[in-house]
Design a protein around this ligand. Structure first.
Ligand SMILES: Cc1cc2nc3c(=O)[nH]c(=O)nc-3n(C[C@H](O)[C@H](O)[C@H](O)COP(=O)(O)OP(=O)(O)OC[C@H]3O[C@@H](n4cnc5c(N)ncnc54)[C@H](O)[C@@H]3O)c2cc1C
Length: 456
């Protein structure tokens, strides 16, 4: 008899796992408390502007993404980012410097001082470190590449990916591939060269060379299309309040329109954020403790639309990131309408700004409306914009992205043990195995394999 599977959460993690299982003939149901599918992948059209409130793009690091696009009939909607998106800027002394992408531009750039460049070139002679799980990315980069590279490359990069702080994130948990270069090859420069050669042989794509994608109508198109494929198997507006062990397997309690329902399942896949998982699986104190220790900083996403003619800065890139040392009140900006079509009407340009994160979590206590004038003033100075935004909207994420901080491995080990102890429960979602959309899709395949192995 086929197992009954209930997936908690219709974000990209839950939906993709459910999709592979459904395709393989499993009896699967998905419950989500929201009225729409997608979790943080929210795309909204307002006054002619398209605003991605969560992820603006994904990286095609796995063929599974294209497979999902094809199987859900999204081929016409799928778009790769404009080539201009390869150029990324970093702010230093109020000037936007293109991030050097090859050795020659690295030698020429004014983003790093001559001293920092020489320091970086000594990287192959730095020894290996002891333990990456308990080492911050800041410590790792400072030792290998020097403090200026940490401040003006890694610090803004970490803000751009995790909205995080390099001093807190564990290098091995948050950037496993980077740490592996040292672990496997002894250094980053040698490791990068050798791993490119090896990947070429295996025909794999690295994050650095993976193509950036989105959809004509925004990132939410993907979860919405998967949701349509799953049809009535996805139940929205259904808040799960409890999962408990039962004779048959697990009993799931959820509330829909004020009415409480219960369901029996052999397998429960939790793909809700860690802090929600803690509220649902109350029968294991250790699990609750670990889940609640995972830090999700707040992020305020501000979308601004301007007339192109008012913008002095050439719009020829992905956008820019701001190192903490520059002491600005936001983390960076994506030039959304440069990257993808259909974000604005032709005469406008649309920008997505990120505020807060682990660098500046006190935005929690501030009146959001009061934050904007300061951010907009700084943004307009950097971008040489005259005049006010023609359009403005925002989304506040109280708990945005899980931080794989120092010691995260202890949580991961506990989750592995928990799954062994309670056979049939699978903990998934972006707090395991990577936070990017691409990682969530890749992990859904692992979840699928875990369920299949339970069946054997
Ligand atoms: C502002 C922001 C910008 C980002 N930018 C990028 C980017 O550019 N590129 C990229 O690759 N990644 C980006 N990310 C990360 C990426 O988008 C997320 O990690 C990923 O989408 C998370 O998917 P998920 O399914 O694991 O979780 P979520 O999307 O959080 O989905 C979890 C679902 O669980 C549901 N839920 C919660 N509690 C319950 C309950 N009790 N009962 C039922 N349902 C429940 C929620 O309603 C939600 O739908 C960004 C994230 C944020 C927040």
């Amino acid at each position: 008899m086929s197992k009954k599977i209930v997936v908690l959460g219709a974000g990209i993690s839950g939906l993709t796992a459910a999709y592979w299982l459904h395709k393989d003939g499993f009896d699967v149901r998905v419950l989500d408390k929201n009225s729409e599918a997608g979790g943080v992948m929210e795309s909204v059209f307002m006054d002619g502007f398209l605003f991605d409130r969560g992820p603006n793009s994904g990286l095609e690091t796995s063929p599974l993404i294209k497979q999902l696009v094809d199987e859900t009939g999204l081929q016409d909607q799928f778009v790769y980012a404009n080539q201009k998106g390869n150029k990324r800027y970093i702010l230093r002394d109020n000037i936007l410097h293109p991030l050097p992408m090859n050795p020659l531009s690295f030698l020429k750039t004014k983003l790093f001082s001559p001293r920092a460049k020489i320091r970086l070139m000594t990287e192959p002679f730095r020894g290996r470190s002891e333990d990456g799980y308990y080492q911050s990315i800041a410590e790792f980069v400072k030792r290998r590449l020097g403090s200026e590279f940490l401040d003006y490359a890694i610090n803004p990069f970490v803000a751009g990916v995790y909205a995080g702080k390099p001093e807190d994130l564990s290098v091995k948990s948050a950037f496993p591939k980077l740490y592996a270069l040292e672990e496997k090859y002894g250094g980053l420069i040698v490791g990068t060269i050798k791993s490119i050669r090896e990947r070429k042989k295996r025909a794999e794509v690295s994050k650095q060379s993976a193509k950036m994608f989105s959809f004509v109508n925004g990132m939410q198109s993907l979860p919405k299309a998967i949701c349509s494929k799953l049809g009535s198997r996805v139940e929205l507006n259904s808040q799960v309040t409890n999962v408990a062990k039962s004779n048959a397997g697990y009993k799931i309690i959820y509330i829909n329109s004020g009415t409480e329902y219960s369901l029996e399942a052999d397998v429960v896949i939790s793909a809700v954020p860690a802090y929600n998982t803690a509220e649902i699986f109350k029968f294991d104190e250790g699990l609750t403790e670990h889940l609640l220790k995972i830090y999700y900083p707040p992020v305020l996403v501000l979308f601004l639309g301007y007339k192109k003619e008012d913008i002095g800065q050439p719009l020829d890139g992905f956008g820019f990131l701001i190192p903490a040392k520059e002491k600005k009140s936001f983390l960076g900006a994506i030039w959304s309408s440069v990257l993808f079509p259909n974000r604005t009407e032709d005469k406008y340009a649309g920008f997505t700004l990120f505020i807060g994160g682990a660098r500046n979590p006190d935005i929690v206590n501030k009146d959001k409306e009061l934050i904007f004038p300061v951010v907009i003033k700084e943004f307009q100075e950097i971008m040489k914009i005259k005049g006010a935004p023609e359009f403005q909207t925002y989304r506040y994420w109280h708990k945005a992205i899980p931080q794989y901080n120092i010691g995260y491995i202890e949580h991961e080990r506990y989750f592995d043990e928990f799954e062994k102890k309670y056979k049939g429960i699978i903990l998934s979602g972006n707090y395991r195995g990577g936070i990017s959309v691409g990682d969530c899709v890749k992990n859904s395949e692992l979840v699928f394999q875990k369920v299949k192995s339970l069946n054997n």
